[in-house]
Design a protein around this ligand. Structure first.
Ligand code: ASP
Length: 416
């Protein structure tokens, strides 16, 4: 195991706090000439955060490729691959279904949209998502370079598994070539550590960029929608994940949440599960003791298809918009929302605001007014940050459960 920089979490929290303070001072006061303010916003916050997110993204494809190939190619028991795949997908889909249901229930009880009228203008152009057909087809790339260049994670995972299997079968002919992938994987893990050493500065820029642009007033519009959504995100992150961890494992919950802090902060500041992959992978392997073979499959797949936080937003937004427009959804329609949200969350890209794009698909399905998406977008920035933290926490919880059930979780590392 490679050592991480000392006091990293504390320093990241500090970076976050200073980013908030500096961003807020610049947003709310005018003591600096606007030219200097503009300079700080562009060349410190925007440039700094883009550089940091680029560096994280830079690692995703090679990291996933080398770790999956090295894992699969050294596998001696292939049935465990099938079991891991089945458990992972089943858990991802069911936790997402629980997430939307929770949000629909809370939304129907507390009615965020009744009596609400907005003066927000509808967006000029509606965000466009892709359908189920394209999502499925995207798993099977016709050109791996293109898939890698576009960060299409499911395609990269699919190819890495195939490549790993072929490597596994030919190891005796290639003088154990799979060992080279093992070594490359170690090198890339070291790169992750080198880049996250800059996280305190990166997070400072990301948070500063957000606050300097929009201020801290997250409740400008649709107060009840925002408050209920945050409540459900919190309940799901704390109650649902604790329950499934308790039901399927005997692991300490405090340890899990404590060790996940850093990953949650990364997801919060980047609003992207994909950009967070390197940190999630490192944390579940090095701090939660999940075996590399399990982690390198479960985490990238989770970042792509498992979006509980996103599904919660979509459920709440659907209820909110339906109530606002005086449309009553029937029980059957509620069930359809659950199914649709589970399916669309698979097709939602793990990048900022992607969830609002797939929300359009759901609204369209039920004939709900698409213009209302303007209100959702107006308050989406901070909600996106929060739901992305929930998304990645879900990925890690499932990784722990799957690894534990296969006897592939090192409890010594977990409890350390
Ligand atoms: N930002 C989210 C993620 O990357 C996706 C979304 O809900 O917009 O996980």
């Amino acid at each position: 195991m490679i050592d991480a920089p000392k006091n990293l979490t504390r320093n990241i929290l500090l970076g976050m706090f200073i980013g908030f303070v500096v961003g807020a001072i610049l947003f709310y006061t005018n003591f600096l000439p606007s030219g200097i303010k503009q300079f700080i916003e562009t060349y410190i916050f925007n440039l700094g955060s883009s550089i940091f997110v680029n560096l994280l993204k830079l690692l995703i494809v090679p990291l996933v490729f080398f770790s999956l190939v090295s894992g699969i190619s050294s596998l001696t028991n292939m049935t465990s691959l099938g079991n891991i795949t089945f458990k992972t997908v089943a858990l991802y889909l069911s936790t997402t279904a629980i997430a939307v249901s929770l949000s629909l229930i809370v939304g129907s009880i507390f009615k965020p949209g009744s009596g609400y009228s907005s003066n927000i203008a509808p967006p000029e152009k509606l965000p466009q998502g892709q359908g189920i057909y394209e999502t499925v087809l995207d798993i099977f790339p016709s050109n791996i370079i293109e898939a890698m260049a576009n960060n299409q994670m499911l395609a990269v995972v699919f190819f890495s598994i195939l490549f790993g299997l072929a490597l596994n079968k030919t190891n005796h002919l290639t003088n154990n070539f799979s060992e080279s992938f093992e070594k490359l994987n170690t090198v890339f893990m070291q790169l992750v550590i080198m880049i996250i050493a800059f996280a305190p500065i990166g997070v400072f820029c990301l948070i500063g960029k957000f606050v300097i642009a929009d201020g801290l007033d997250i409740f400008q519009e649709a107060f009840k929608y925002v408050a209920l959504l945050i409540a459900v995100l919190f309940i799901h992150a704390v109650v649902t994940y604790s329950l499934i961890l308790k039901i399927f494992t005997n692991l300490s919950l405090t340890t899990f949440y404590k060790k996940m802090r850093e990953v949650a902060i990364f997801a919060f500041s980047t609003s992207s599960s994909a950009a967070t992959i390197p940190v999630t992978l490192k944390t579940v392997q090095d701090n939660l003791g999940v075996n590399k073979n399990v982690a390198s499959f479960v985490i990238p797949v989770g970042a792509t298809i498992n979006m509980d936080g996103t599904a919660i937003m979509q459920g709440m937004a659907t209820v909110f918009i339906a109530q606002m427009s005086g449309i009553d959804l029937s029980l059957i329609q509620y069930i359809q929302v659950v199914i649709l949200a589970v399916v669309t969350s698979i097709g939602t890209a793990a990048v900022p605001s992607a969830g609002t794009i797939t929300l359009v698909i759901i609204l369209q399905q039920f004939g709900l007014p698409l213009e209302a998406i303007g209100i959702i977008l107006a308050v989406d920035r901070i909600l996106d940050m929060l739901r992305t933290s929930v998304n990645v926490t879900g990925d890690a919880a499932v990784a722990c459960i799957v690894a534990n059930s296969e006897g592939l979780l090192d409890k010594n590392i977990y409890n350390k």
